[in-house]
Design a binder for this molecule. Structure first.
Ligand code: BGC
Length: 734
């Protein structure tokens, strides 16, 4: 046994105290008190060791700086450990859909979950957790102990190139789904990182845009999504974003980092900067940044020698440096990183089993948007089926940028898209056509769809045409508009005019317009469906599983319905700074904006058809413990087994909110044909409240509230009203 005397004889007093108290704590419960353990370790650290802990490197050769010696190569980041204190290296990997590889000669083969937007479309938190647990396991077996996932930026802008990484437009849905992913990742004794804090909702001029938004509007929208994800997932880290908020860079924004995150929400982990998002030493350290990431992405190694000097000359109190290091170590202790060291054991990754985890999420995230005359699920009666476009004969598309996960055997469609970041375009080798052919007797004919007239001829000669339309979206690249690229609208229109029946399967990262909608029979939004995407699509098309995804974001009918005609900053030089006024829509993001304006979207938030039908009864709501408890019964009234996604929207009679209604809760039920199930949903009290900046608290006004049970934001099925008393609760409470 290690005694205190033994330690004092062999090490310095401070180190002995630290090691002894660690050992004593370890004897109790290793995870018992991460705060105490972190504090005692910090007490034993030298100034240099603290500086080393708050300064991170990029893991590839970059800008003439060689990759760090002990870092997992071609990953996102590395922070050296302190061996004598048992602090391991921090090995960082992207991102939300799996273990990504930075562009490299030999990308790592890992499992790709469906895009974040697709997982959100499942409205099934258990699948988010399972997906997080799976990618976290691959991260661990790849030698990583820190994962740069989950992304929870709200979809304010349907043209944002990173929408595919996030979880849609509603703060409650996004927060819950991403919070569960974080919990799943951290179940592997890893640190997860919620990002990009905050308002990093467009890629155009992402390092130059200054978002202007009022406190209350933000607390009820983007910040609420983060708040819910953090309270649910308890991530060790928060990544601050590239953009400025109300005049200050996110990574040196006292309001965001010190006041909202650390004070109001009581966040005990650490804030790391996005790669290239640190802009100073003293303001950043004093205003809440705990770790600079990804050197040499920034202009200067602000948190290296410059921070040491600032601490030595008193511009940054030593206490604050201690706090920075303590927060990082706390996250590591709390998540078991010291007791469960990571090693590269890639051969232990069960790619087949993991592909099934991904497939389950993809299947529940596919949204059936239209299904005229119940064309789907496909009957096995067609002699010839034309498959057109989207490289559906070989694979499914994935989104681009730092989150890119590479498949076994490489992309079956090489050499597409930009040669440099955020390219290349990567397809995952899971062919929807092959998966359909394995299930159906029809003869399948493939046409690439590039020549609309030729595609139409192939369609005319078949009994059914299935068009796979794709939209590659990527980090650092917004979409110019809401249209499918490369004239695919023309191809779909031509095919629909020529074919007996037409199904469109969309592989997009965000909402698109559909000028051909009236001419086609069925539309399925499959997003970027991940490693087994082809299988998932085929199983939904053939009805092996129900279509049970629901839209996590509104599909606008046109750009004229959006708060902005063009994304702010469009056409400006790369260096130009500019504002984006989020107060235009404020907290009325997505369907709230459409409701407020009376706009009819192409497809509403929450929309998605099933292959069966559901009836709802017994809707009841009662006030309880400061919120609302809602119950109702759902019956599968159709002939097929299926999954219902009953949604509860709340509104205040007399108004006064940013929008007529808000999503307050939901359920997802699996019901056999003819079976019924009971739902009990507790409404998140913040969706009944207004944020009051003056008192820095949430306020539920006394009055009458409506609870609307619905199949989509535009499809109510029952409503009840009740009176609620006034209630006020702190900014970080619920
Ligand atoms: C992205 C982050 C990512 C980081 C590290 C940045 O460009 O914005 O989401 O985690 O790079 O790769």
């Amino acid at each position: 046994m290690i005694t205190y005397r033994f330690l004092t004889q062999h090490c310095s007093l401070a180190l002995a105290v630290a090691l002894y108290s660690q050992a004593a704590l370890a004897a109790d419960d290793l995870k018992a008190d991460p705060d105490k353990r972190a504090a005692s370790t910090v007490a034993a650290m030298t100034l240099d060791e603290k500086i080393r802990t708050v300064f991170g490197y990029f893991s590839s050769d970059f800008k003439g700086v060689a990759k760090p010696k002990d870092g997992v190569p071609y990953a996102a980041g590395f922070v050296p450990g302190v061996e004598r204190l048992g602090i391991p290296h921090q090995q960082l990997t992207d991102a939300g859909i799996g273990v990504a590889t930075q562009p490299s000669p030999a990308p790592r083969v890992r499992t790709s979950m469906p895009a974040g937007i697709a997982s959100a479309a499942s409205w099934n938190p258990a699948l988010s957790y399972a997906g997080g647990a799976m990618i976290g396991k691959e991260a661990r077996l790849s030698g990583h102990n820190i994962m740069l996932a989950g992304g929870v930026n709200l979809q304010r802008e349907p043209r944002n190139g990173r929408n595919f990484e996030y979880a849609g437009e509603d703060p409650l849905l996004s927060g819950v789904m991403v919070g569960e992913q974080i919990r799943g990742i951290q179940s592997n004794q890893l640190v997860a990182t919620v990002k990009h804090f905050a308002y990093n909702d467009q890629e155009t001029g992402r390092t130059k845009v200054n978002v202007k938004i009022d406190d209350a509007a933000g607390r009820m929208s983007d910040l609420l999504a983060f708040q819910i994800a953090i309270e649910r997932g308890d991530p060790g880290a928060v990544m601050c974003g590239y953009n400025l908020v109300n005049g200050y860079y996110s990574c040196e924004n006292d309001y965001l980092l010190n006041r909202v995150l650390k004070r109001d929400w009581g966040f005990r982990g650490y804030v790391m900067s996005d790669w290239g998002a640190t802009h100073s030493t003293i303001p950043a350290a004093l205003h809440g940044l705990d770790q600079q990431s990804g050197w040499p992405f920034d202009q200067s190694p602000y948190f290296n020698d410059a921070l040491k000097e600032a601490v030595q000359n008193g511009h940054v109190p030593h206490k604050r440096l201690d706090d920075m290091a303590r927060r990082i170590l706390r996250a590591m202790y709390a998540n078991g990183l010291m007791e469960h060291p990571v090693r590269i054991e890639a051969d232990k990754i069960d790619l087949n089993a993991h592909a099934k985890v991904s497939q389950s999420a993809a299947e529940e995230g596919i949204v059936l948007l239209k299904n005229s005359a119940a064309l789907l699920p496909l009957a096995d009666t067609y002699a010839t089926i034309a498959i057109i476009g989207g490289h559906a004969n070989v694979g499914v598309l994935s989104g681009g940028g730092s989150s890119q996960v590479y498949p076994a055997g490489g992309s079956p469609v090489p050499n597409e898209g930009p040669k440099t970041f955020p390219g290349p375009i990567v397809y995952l080798p899971s062919s929807p056509m092959k998966a359909l052919a394995a299930r159906m007797q029809a003869k399948f004919v493939y046409h690439d769809g590039k020549d609309a007239a030729a595609a139409a001829r192939v369609a005319a000669a078949s009994d059914l045409a299935i068009v796979f339309a794709t939209q590659w979206t990527a980090e650092d690249l917004d979409q110019p508009d809401l249209a499918l690229p490369h004239k695919q609208d023309d191809t779909i229109a031509a095919v629909a005019a020529a074919a007996k029946k037409t199904v469109v399967v969309l592989g997009t990262g965000s909402p698109v317009t559909m000028p051909w909608l009236g001419a086609v029979d069925a539309v399925l939004e499959a997003w970027y469906p991940g490693t087994n995407g082809g299988e998932a699509i085929a199983r939904v098309l053939t009805g092996e599983v129900d279509a049970s995804g629901r839209l996590p974001a509104t599909f606008p009918a046109s750009i004229s319905q959006l708060p902005r005609a063009a994304i702010d900053g469009t056409g400006l030089s790369k260096e130009a700074r500019f504002d984006s006024d989020y107060n235009i829509e404020g907290a009325a993001v997505g369907y709230k904006w459409f409701d407020k304006k009376g706009y009819q979207p192409l497809f509403a938030f929450g929309h998605g058809l099933s292959y069966t039908t559901f009836a709802y009864s017994g809707l009841a709501a009662r006030a309880t413990q400061g919120t609302l408890a809602v119950s109702f019964k759902v019956t599968n009234t159709g002939k097929r087994d299926g999954k219902a996604v009953p949604q509860l929207y709340v509104s205040k009679v007399g108004g006064g909110w940013e929008a007529p209604k808000r999503l307050g809760g939901w359920d997802k039920l699996t019901l056999k044909a003819g079976a019924s199930g009971e739902s009990r949903v507790s409404i998140d009290p913040r969706t009944l409240a207004l944020f009051d900046s003056r008192s820095n608290s949430w306020k539920i006004a006394a009055g009458t509230y409506r609870v609307m049970l619905a199949e989509a934001a535009d499809k109510p099925v029952a409503t009840v009203s009740l009176r609620l008393p006034a209630r006020q609760f702190a900014a970080g409470a619920r």
